[in-house]
Design a protein around this ligand. Structure first.
Ligand code: FEO
Length: 169
């Protein structure tokens, strides 16, 4: 059984993961408006990954005999000044998610919930990868800011790997 404290925290994390998905869809839509289809496809793939992160938590709660409580997903921001600002929003959000996952792992340990602590190991490793991927993309985008040629090259590169690496941030 899940303790009420852990159950509440896991439900809140489902909400956070679904909000991540919504935010990344908003970023994908914004890149689509900028005619940067590679970036748009890449962030759409990211958004799908975030839904999966939420669904994994959903199953963990049910597998442990807990109750899933779904909250309304918050409205994400819709516009950014330039491509690097949009990617930076994602990087900052990933850092926020890492903080949440670490706090959740601390809570699982404090509550002696070993199954949840082990379950969260996947998320802890995933966050290392996701932050690194978002950080790399942010730096590359900032590097080519103001250079249409550079931006288009990066966009093409992202279009090419949208299906594979697209889910890692
Ligand atoms: Fe589910 Fe990108 O963190």
């Amino acid at each position: 059984m899940l303790s009420p404290t852990i159950q509440k925290a896991l439900n809140e994390q489902i909400h956070a993961e679904f909000f991540s998905s919504y935010l990344y869809l908003a970023v994908a839509a914004w890149f689509n408006d900028q005619h940067l289809d590679g970036f748009a496809a890449w962030f759409e793939a990211q958004a799908k990954e975030e839904l999966e992160h939420g669904i994994k938590l959903f199953h963990h709660i049910m597998d442990r005999g807990g109750t899933v409580v779904l909250e309304a997903v918050d409205k994400p921001k819709a516009g950014w000044e330039n491509p690097s600002e949009a990617v930076k929003a994602v990087l900052e959000h990933e850092r926020y998610i890492t903080g949440r996952i670490n706090a959740l792992a601390d809570l699982a340990t404090k509550e002696n919930d070993h199954a949840t602590a082990v379950f969260l190991h996947w998320y802890i490793s995933e966050q290392v990868e996701e932050e690194a991927t978002a950080d790399r993309l942010f730096n590359q985008t900032a590097m080519v800011e103001g250079s249409p040629n550079g931006l288009l090259m990066l966009d093409r590169e992202l279009a090419g790997r949208g299906g594979s690496e697209g889910g890692e941030a």
